[in-house]
Design a protein around this ligand. Structure first.
Ligand code: FAD
Length: 486
C-alpha cells in the first residue's frame, strides 16, 4: 500500500477527549486512515489498577469517548492486558505508519511507554508522543541552579514566568476512519461497574462523565460559581469550587482548555470573577502541576515518605479506628460528613479532605498510606500524583508539607468553614435537628437539646472515637518521640 495509506493508530490513556488532544490532531493531520485504541492494563509491573470509583467512571467515560469518536468516523478498539505487548502487536497487525499518544508520568507508565516507543520505532511504525495532561511537564520547570523545586511558591512563580502555555486545539474536523476495524473487547465484559451490591447510584446522580459533561461543568462554574472563588473556595457548604477534578483526572478536559477559558472569562468581563479569583484558581491548577513535579522527583511517593525521617514514626495501626473513619462513624461531625460525602458521591471538598486526612493521621495515629489507599479506591478523581502528594502534605512527611505539629481541630474547622452546619446536616442527617451552636460538637450539647433533636449519643450517632484535645496531645507526643529518635 502507498505510505500514506498505512494507518495511524491513536493510543488513548488519560486523555479521553477529542478536543485539545494533540495525539489525535497529529494523526488526523497525517491524512492516514485512523483507528483509536484503549488498553486496560492492570498487569504490567508497577501499574496501579484503578480503584472502584474510578472503574465506574472509566466505563462511562469510554462509552462517551467511543460515541464522540464514532461521530468523527473513528472506531475505538478496546483491549485488556499488558500494553507493552498489545500496542506493538496491533501496530504490526495494522501495518501502522504512525502511532501517537499523549504522555503520562508515573514511573511504571513511563517505563511501558519507553519500551513501546523503542519497539515501534525499530519496526518502522513511527511513534510520536505529545504533552497534553500538564501545562508544565515535570522536568521542564527548573530553578536558577538547574534543580527541580521542592516548595510550591517558587515552583509556581518559575512556571508562570516561562512561556505562556499553548492555546487549546479544536477537535479535528476532517478525519478518515479505518475501513476494516480490528477486533475489540466488549466494554461490558470488563465488568468495571459494580453489580452486587451496586453502590454507584449516588455517584451517578452527582456526575456526568465524558467530554460533554466536563465542558458543561466548566461552563456552569465560570458562569455561576467562579465569582468569589478566592474567598469561598474553603466552604464545603457552598458550590464554591469547579468540581472539575475527575474530568481532569480522566483527561475529559485539559488544563490548557480550563486555563484559557478561565482567563478569557475574567479578561472579557463575561464572568464577575476578579483577577484575584483567577489567580487563586490558576494556583490550584498549579498545585496539580506541582504534585506531578514531585512525582518526577519521588517516583515511589505513593508508598514511601518523601522525608525519610518519618519512616520511624510510631503509627498505631488499628483496624477498628480505620473502619470507623472510612464509614464516617468517628463521632466527629465534620469528619463523618466528609467521609460520607466521599462514599456517596466519590468526591470530597478540598478543605474537608484536609480535615479528614489530618484527623486520621494525627488524632488517630493511622499511617497516611491507609488513608491514601482508601481515597485511591473511593475517589472518582483519584490521581497518581495529587493523592499521595496531598496525603504526605497532610501527614507532614511531604516536600512542602504542613508542619506535623499543626494539627487541625475538626470542631473549630467545622465552625469556621461550615458555619450554618448545612454541610454536616446534608451528610449526617441524624444530627440535622441540633442547633448550629452544638452541631460540630454534639457531645457538648445539653441533654435536653439532644433529646429534642432525637439524638442518643452512642446509639443514633457515635460518641467521639477520641477526645479532640487529648488526641492532639497524643499526636504531638508521637512527633516528639520521632524527633528524639533521630
Ligand atoms: P478546584 O478548587 O476547582 O481547583 C481546580 C483544579 O485544581 C482541581 O480540579 C484540581 O485538578 C486542582 N487542584 C485543586 N486543589 C488542588 C490541590 N490541593 N492539589 C492538587 N491539585 C489541586 N486532587 C485530585 O485531583 N486527586 C486526588 O486524588 C486528590 N487527593 C487528595 C487527597 C488529600 C488528602 C487532599 C487534602 C487533597 C487531595 N486532592 C486531590 C486535591 C484537592 O482536594 C482536589 O483537587 C479538589 O478538591 C478538587 O476539587 P475541584 O475540582 O472543585 O477543585
Amino acid at each position: 500500500m502507498p505510505t500514506s495509506e498505512a494507518p495511524a493508530l491513536v493510543w488513548f490513556r488519560d486523555d479521553l477527549r477529542v478536543a485539545d488532544n494533540p495525539a489525535l490532531t497529529r494523526a488526523a493531520a497525517s491524512g492516514r486512515p485512523m483507528v483509536a485504541l484503549y488498553v486496560l492494563d492492570e498487569v504490567s509491573p508497577g501499574i496501579r489498577a484503578p480503584g472502584g470509583a474510578r472503574r465506574w467512571w472509566l466505563h462511562q467515560s469510554l462509552t462517551a469517548l467511543a460515541a464522540d469518536l464514532a461521530r468523527l468516523g473513528i472506531a475505538l478498539v478496546l483491549r485488556r492486558g499488558a500494553a507493552g505487548a498489545i500496542v506493538p502487536a496491533l501496530a504490526t497487525a495494522l501495518g501502522a505508519g504512525l502511532v501517537t499518544w499523549n504522555r503520562r508520568y508515573r514511573a511504571a507508565e513511563i517505563e511501558v511507554d519507553r519500551a513501546v516507543k523503542a519497539e515501534l520505532a525499530a519496526k518502522g511504525h513511527a511513534p510520536e508522543s505529545f504533552q497534553a495532561h500538564l501545562l508544565h511537564e515535570p522536568w521542564s520547570v527548573r530553578s536558577k541552579v538547574d534543580e527541580p523545586f521542592r516548595v510550591f511558591t517558587p515552583f509556581w512563580r518559575s512556571a508562570c514566568a516561562g512561556a505562556e502555555p499553548r492555546a487549546p486545539l479544536p477537535a479535528p474536523a476532517r478525519v478518515r476512519g479505518l475501513q476494516t476495524v480490528p477486533a475489540s473487547d466488549r466494554l461490558e465484559d470488563w465488568a468495571l461497574t459494580p453489580t452486587r451490591p451496586d453502590w454507584s447510584g449516588g455517584i451517578a446522580a452527582a456526575w456526568t462523565p465524558g467530554e460533554a459533561g466536563a465542558a458543561a461543568r466548566l461552563k456552569t462554574f465560570l458562569d455561576d460559581e467562579f465569582a468569589g472563588y478566592a474567598e469561598r473556595r474553603d466552604r464545603p457548604d457552598l458550590p464554591s469550587t469547579s468540581r472539575l477534578s475527575p474530568h481532569l483526572a480522566f483527561g475529559e478536559i485539559s488544563p490548557f482548555q480550563i486555563r484559557r477559558a478561565a482567563c478569557h472569562a475574567v479578561e472579557s468581563g463575561r464572568s464577575a470573577a476578579s483577577r484575584r479569583d483567577l489567580d487563586k484558581f490558576l494556583a490550584e491548577l498549579g498545585w496539580r502541576e506541582f504534585s506531578y513535579h514531585l512525582l518526577g522527583q519521588f517516583p515511589d511517593m505513593e508508598r514511601r515518605n518523601i522525608q525519610p525521617r518519618f519512616d520511624a514514626f510510631p503509627w498505631q495501626p488499628d483496624p477498628e479506628l480505620l473502619a470507623a473513619w472510612q464509614r464516617g462513624r468517628t463521632g466527629i461531625p465534620m469528619v463523618d460528613a466528609g467521609m460520607r460525602q466521599l462514599w456517596q458521591t466519590g468526591w470530597m471538598h478540598n478543605r474537608v479532605r484536609m480535615i479528614c486526612g489530618s484527623f486520621l493521621v494525627k488524632h488517630l495515629l493511622q499511617d497516611w498510606r491507609a488513608g491514601e489507599a482508601w481515597f485511591h479506591d473511593t475517589l472518582v478523581d483519584a490521581d497518581a500524583a495529587s493523592n499521595p502528594a496531598s496525603w504526605q502534605w497532610v501527614a507532614g512527611s511531604g516536600a512542602d508539607a504542613a508542619p506535623y505539629f499543626r494539627v487541625f481541630n475538626p470542631v473549630l474547622q467545622g465552625e469556621k468553614f461550615d458555619p450554618d452546619g448545612a454541610y454536616v446536616r446534608r451528610f449526617v442527617p441524624e444530627l440535622a435537628g441540633l442547633p448550629s451552636a452544638y452541631l460540630h460538637a454534639p457531645w457538648t450539647a445539653p441533654a435536653a437539646l439532644l433529646a429534642a433533636a432525637g439524638i442518643r449519643l452512642g446509639s443514633t450517632y457515635p460518641r467521639p472515637v477520641v477526645d479532640v484535645a487529648a488526641g492532639r496531645d497524643r499526636a504531638l507526643a508521637a512527633f516528639d518521640q520521632l524527633k528524639s529518635s533521630q
